[in-house]
Design a protein around this ligand. Sequence first.
Ligand SMILES: Cc1cc2nc3c(=O)[nH]c(=O)nc-3n(C[C@H](O)[C@H](O)[C@H](O)COP(=O)(O)OP(=O)(O)OC[C@H]3O[C@@H](n4cnc5c(N)ncnc54)[C@H](O)[C@@H]3O)c2cc1C
Length: 512
Amino acid sequence: MRVRRAVVLGGGPGGLYVARLLKLTQPSCEVVVYEQGEPDKTFGFGVGLAAGTQRNLEAADADTLRDIVAAGWRHDMTMAVGGRDARVHNDRLIGIARTELLAILQRHAEKAGVQIEYGTRRTAGEFDADIVIAADGVNSATRSAGQFGESVEVGRGLYVWCGADFALPDAVFAPVGTEHGVFVTHAYPYSDGRSTFLIETDEETWRHAGFDRSTDATPPDASDEVSLRYLEGAFAERLRGHSLIGNRTRWTRFRTVRCETWSDGRTVLLGDAAHTAHFSIGSGTKLAMEDAIALVEGLAEEPDAQSAFARYEAVRRPAVERLQELARRSQLWWESFPSRLHLPAERLMVAYMTRAGNVPLERFAATSPDVVTAALEHYAGAEPPSQDVVDWVLAQPLRSGETEFPQRVLEPGEGGPTCTTLAVAVTDPWGEPGDAVVDRARQARENGTDGFRFTGPADRAALLSRLDLAERVRIEVGGLVVVDGPAALRADLAAGLVSGRCDLVSFNEEQA
Ligand SMILES: Cc1cc2nc3c(=O)[nH]c(=O)nc-3n(C[C@H](O)[C@H](O)[C@H](O)COP(=O)(O)OP(=O)(O)OC[C@H]3O[C@@H](n4cnc5c(N)ncnc54)[C@H](O)[C@@H]3O)c2cc1C
């Protein structure tokens, strides 16, 4: 379609990028971005952009990508737990200051002829335009006012987004125990003198530390200084004597946004306004910029706004939903992270990489042999091979009390401890249905059961959730934990064993 006039609400990465791409593909179109904030006064510190995104941006707009990569900062990744560091090489991710990213996108948008109006908050209804692109972020007023079928799911945990004025050598995941509970940082460098420190905790710890009160008492434009000073003390070792810097820093719960449809009449949602994915998979900026590419393609290829929006949604929705599902699993894993601190750093790194079912154990073993070898040695007390690790993991013996299992795969009818079978089909192992299973397991344990056998649907999503619930029971209730699954998903079962999600597995061919 030929767009005469397009209005973009929001000058975040999604809004600025879509404006430039639209102007490049349709030079006669008048494109105006309205951003309520002032340039260079953005909220936030560094964001990450993965290699796959960089390839997509390269194809869409090589000039912009070149500047982004030049301003980006590469880093490896470390899990620092119990005095040990597990480090993996990572050349797939760059960190970049959000201010720098926005400055680049602003410059390129203006170079293409986009008009940007700062300091003005606008609404979709007030414009005479062919299309209104609402890239107005997670709190999108356009979404709330329109017919998009929005739903917002609020996370259990709380997080703050802080910075520090030095560059960490690597990205680091590190927990810290305090008198109030455990805080965990996801920290990474994003320029030669800056790092992001994202810190999360659970609600109980947050309340014990009094942060519910300090956040309440913090004015909207200020940072929660009480929390910042406390966290600075807690993470003093990681901060190497530096301070934590706030930028409207306050405790927040992550909000996952989903919409039944992304368009309503001539208005279309883009980026965080349409969908969010938990920060632990570092994909929000990527999703917003990839949306921009697809929307502009749809507008170029289709005869009218409705069909362009439908095409955009048809292209983007599967990728977005796939990432939202990975993000959901990742969020649940991080929210329950403190319960896994008994594992050594290398096994925790394996658990982290396999938490959402996205990175197969064999692939991780091939790219990070040192970490995986150390994890496997700890798991089996024996030296692992360099190949076929899934077979090897399953073939390892296990001694549990008086019982000796020749391998980790329980044969049908094999003797051993008395096990209570728990048939489960939960999507959130830490939700109420998960709590009910834990209660049942505790009761069975009190009544003398030695362990549990988790059975359920044969599909992969169900198996991954079953493994998570099995892990929860293993940690909170104890006993020998067996997880049933189809042999075709043996790699997931092996990853579950190494990650401490279960002690044994069994193949149930009937389910496959
Ligand atoms: C703690 C945390 C960590 C994150 N880490 C990462 C990461 O590592 N990697 C990553 O890729 N993503 C990360 N993200 C997500 C990322 O910040 C967002 O997904 C991304 O910025 C989305 O871009 P956007 O353009 O859709 O929205 P935003 O960047 O939110 O931009 C929306 C803009 O719209 C403006 N606006 C809103 N309403 C109006 C209005 N009515 N009129 C005018 N202007 C308006 C706002 O001022 C804002 O500038 C993180 C998010 C959080 C919360």
